[in-house]
Design a protein around this ligand. Structure first.
Ligand code: ZN
Length: 198
């Protein structure tokens, strides 16, 4: 985490002063703070006051940290867009049961339109092997592929330009209350209590 201090988000140790009431608790894996090994965040601001965002030992990758913070800002996974079947194929039979929910398509009503195209390079998009069963892995099958049945990796280097467009749009929308009416919807502004795992 310290490697990324100086970026656009300021990390502040508030455990002593309790100066900020309405904030995100970034829980890093260590013996004093959190033993939760997951990478997760709530989607949106879900409570009055602070809420947790967990970064386990395998989460300290720039793109993964951005992924979890984008959840906290209201982003769902890109591959759960209602129109995702026009761009990828999802194979529920190859996904571990308890994680199938992470692939569920979301209704249009949960999405706000910002006119962005589907973005397979989004930092919010899974790769083909995410939560694949061991049986599927042994058989060379995937949880998700492109429309040509080709596997792809998740991009976790950084937020894509389309991701950043959506962040910009959301901030400007919050400030101006403008509503755009394009054909493609992509960004969630509604609050959900759903907890996300990676
Ligand atoms: Zn996620």
């Amino acid at each position: 985490m310290s490697a990324y201090i100086g970026a656009c988000i300021v990390f502040y140790d508030d455990s002593e002063t309790q100066k900020y009431v309405d904030h995100i608790n970034v829980r890093q894996y260590d013996e004093n703070w959190s033993h939760d090994t997951g990478c997760w965040s709530f989607v949106g601001h879900v409570a009055n006051g602070a809420q947790d965002l967990n970064l386990g030992p395998d989460c300290l990758i720039k793109g993964t940290i951005q992924h979890e913070f984008l959840h906290a800002l209201g982003f769902y996974h890109e591959h759960t867009r209602a129109d995702r079947d026009d761009f990828v194929k999802v194979f529920p039979e190859n996904i571990i049961d308890e994680y199938e929910i992470n692939y569920d398509k979301l209704p249009w009503s949960l999405w706000a339109n910002v006119g962005s195209p589907y973005d397979i390079a989004s930092v919010m998009h899974y790769g083909s092997t995410f939560f694949r069963t061991t049986e599927a892995a042994s058989a060379g099958l995937y949880a998700m592929t492109d429309l040509e049945d080709q596997a792809f990796d998740a991009q976790r280097d950084r937020s894509s330009s389309i991701d950043m467009h959506q962040v910009w749009f959301t901030i400007s929308k919050t400030m101006t209350r403008e509503v755009h009416k394009n054909d493609i919807r992509i960004f969630v502004v509604d609050i959900s209590e759903r907890q996300d795992v990676f």
